[in-house]
Design a protein around this ligand. Sequence first.
Ligand code: UDP
Ligand code: MG
Length: 318
Amino acid sequence: MFLSIVVPCFNEAESIPALVHRLSATIEPWREWAEIILVDDGSTDATWAQIEAARDIAPELVGIRLSGNRGHQVALTAGLEAARGERIFMLDADLQDPPELLPDMMHMMDRGYDVVYGRRAERQGESAFKKATAWGFYRLLNMMTDVDIPKDTGDFRLVNRRALDAVLSMPEKARFMRGMFAWAGFDQIGIDYTRAAREKGETKYPFRAMLRLALDAMTAFSTKPLRLATRLSFFSLGVSFLMGLYVIGSLVAQHVVPGWASVVLAVSFFSGVQLLTLGILGEYVGRLYLEAKARPLYFVSEEAREGTPVKLRSRAAG
Ligand code: UDP
Ligand code: MG
C-alpha cells in the first residue's frame, strides 16, 4: 500500500458522494496502491449508509464506524491508525480542503519532506467571527507555546510513515493533531491554498467545540497559563503597594476617606484573579484526570473493508 487517504465524517451524508467522486479522480495515478478511509464519527444521519453505498463505485474505500461521536480529532486518529499506506493524506469531508492539491504535495514529498501541510492563504465563505477567532487563536497559541505550530493550518496535510508513526506513538487523550505533527518535527513544509466554502451541510464546529479545541491546544502544548498565577500575584502585589501608599497619604493629609470604592474595587479585583487562576488550574487538573483514566479513545462498531463488514471490533488507541 502506497497511499492512504483519511477523512473524518460527522453527519456528512450530503458531502460523501461528491467527496468520493473528487477523491477517486485525484488518486487516479496511484489507484492500484491507494485506499480511502472514511471514518464515521457516530453520525446520526445517513453517513454510514452513504459510505457503504460509495464502496460499490470505489472498491478502494474503507469504512470505519465509531461506536459514538468522539470528535473530529479522535475520528482522525482512528482513521490514521487504520491507515496502511507509506504516505497518508488527510482532509475534511466537506471539501473545504481541495483534494486536487495532492499531486503538488506528493511532489514536495518526493523532494524529501516528511510533512507537507496546507496553509490557508484565504478562507472563503466563513463568517467574519470564525475568521477573527481563528486568526487570534493561532497567534495566541504561538505566543503561549514553545512548539512552533504553523499559523493558519488545519489538519489538511500529507505525511509519510515515519512522521505518522511518531504522532501515533503519543498516547495522549486530548489530541490536537496539528500541534502533535508540529511537535514531532522532521522536515516540514507548507503549501498555500485557498480554503473554499463548505459545499454541503453546515459546520460541525460550533463555538463550543472551537473553544474546547483551543483549550486542548493551549494546555497540551504549554504550561505558561499555569505560570500566569505567579505573574498576576506580582501584579496584585504592585497594586496593593500603591493602595498602601494612598492610605498612608490620606492619613497624613488627614482626609476623611469613605473608602468604600477602593475596598469594593480591591475585593472584586482579587476575587477575579483568584477565580481565573482556579479556572486555569481546573483546566489542567481535569485533563490530568482524563489522561489518568486512560480509557481507549474510541471503539469501532463496524468496519467495511474488502467486501466483508466486521462487526463489533473494539480497538484501544496508542
Ligand atoms: N468532524 C468529525 N467529528 C465531529 C465534528 C467534525 O469527524 O465531532 C469532521 C467533519 O465531518 C469534517 C471535519 O471534522 O470532516 C471538520 O469539521 P467542519 O468542516 O464542520 O469544521 P470547520 O471546517 O467548520 O472548522
Ligand atoms: Mg469544514
